[in-house]
Design a protein around this ligand. Structure first.
Ligand code: MG
Ligand code: MG
Length: 268
């Protein structure tokens, strides 16, 4: 990552929005396909087809050697799970992270799906993590600072509810590069960090663990899992900073629409 924070023109923002729309359509397709018995690899194959058929390139494939289009992280996997032949089971939570590169710009978003009979304790974690994403987005206004976002997420999930906020992985600027400055941690202090300016595009992505905040990397070199093997949730939006309210560039509504129509997925 460089030191420079790029302010995007309206034309560039529209291109990022297009990439994010394809990301969102891909996540929506995952919401249609997910069911017990399907493998991560089958999901990844369809996702890559949709992305390429629409003129995009999967941002993650080949990124630092990552082998797939999607990160699929199940249950105690936080992020960066590699799609495999292992079948999704009834009661699993499945975090799917997707990036698309198109017209020179990346889009990036993620959603955690509850497959079948997920217990209420885990559903509460999903609801809280999803809510914290929007609490973070509320703070993403021109003139505020990056620390205001992290503070809002951490205060709700960790201080109020007692969950663990992952420290090792953070949100980020997004644009010509998948990961640009600034880093956008899901923890922090109010009034600290870089000032948010109109036209900055950032990915906000709380990663929240039911138990300990501590994580480790599996032997595959990618998958981040919780140290206590308790579940973890992850929701991500790309947004553009505006004067009064951040504007969403990715779209979870179409993802939630497909969940509504899929009896195999529990709504939040
Ligand atoms: Mg992502
Ligand atoms: Mg991201």
């Amino acid at each position: 990552m460089g030191k420079k924070i790029y302010i995007k023109t309206e034309e560039e923002i529209e291109l990022i929005r297009k990439s994010d729309l394809l990301v969102s359509k891909t996540l929506s397709l995952m919401g249609e396909m997910l069911k017990p018995g399907i493998s991560g690899r089958a999901l990844d194959k369809k996702a890559e087809e949709l992305i390429r058929d629409n003129g995009g390139i999967p941002s993650f494939k080949g990124y630092q050697g990552f082998p797939a289009a999607l990160c699929i992280s199940v249950n105690d996997a936080v992020v960066h799970g590699i799609p495999s032949k292992v079948e999704i089971k009834n009661g699993d939570i499945v975090s799917i992270d997707c990036g698309v590169f198109m017209n020179g710009f990346h889009g990036d978003a993620a959603y955690t799906f509850a497959v079948g009979d997920v217990d209420e304790e885990t559903m509460d974690l999903l609801r809280a993590t999803n809510k914290s994403l929007y609490l973070g987005i509320e703070q993403a206004i021109a003139g505020k600072r990056v620390g205001d976002i992290g503070y809002a997420i951490q205060k709700y999930t960790e201080k109020t509810l007692g969950y663990g906020v992952v420290r090792e992985l953070v949100g980020h600027g997004v644009g010509k590069d998948l990961h640009e400055d600034p880093e956008v941690p899901n923890f922090g202090k109010r009034g600290r960090g870089p000032v948010l300016k109109e036209g900055m595009t950032i990915a906000i992505e709380p990663m929240v663990n039911m138990g300990t905040k501590r994580v480790r990397v599996l032997r595959d070199g990618w998958t981040i899992v919780t140290r206590d093997r308790k579940p973890s949730a992850h929701y991500e939006h790309s947004v553009v900073i505006r004067k009064k309210k951040a504007e969403l560039l990715s779209n979870h509504e179409i993802v939630e629409e497909s969940i509504k129509n899929n009896v195999n997925i529990k709504q939040l």
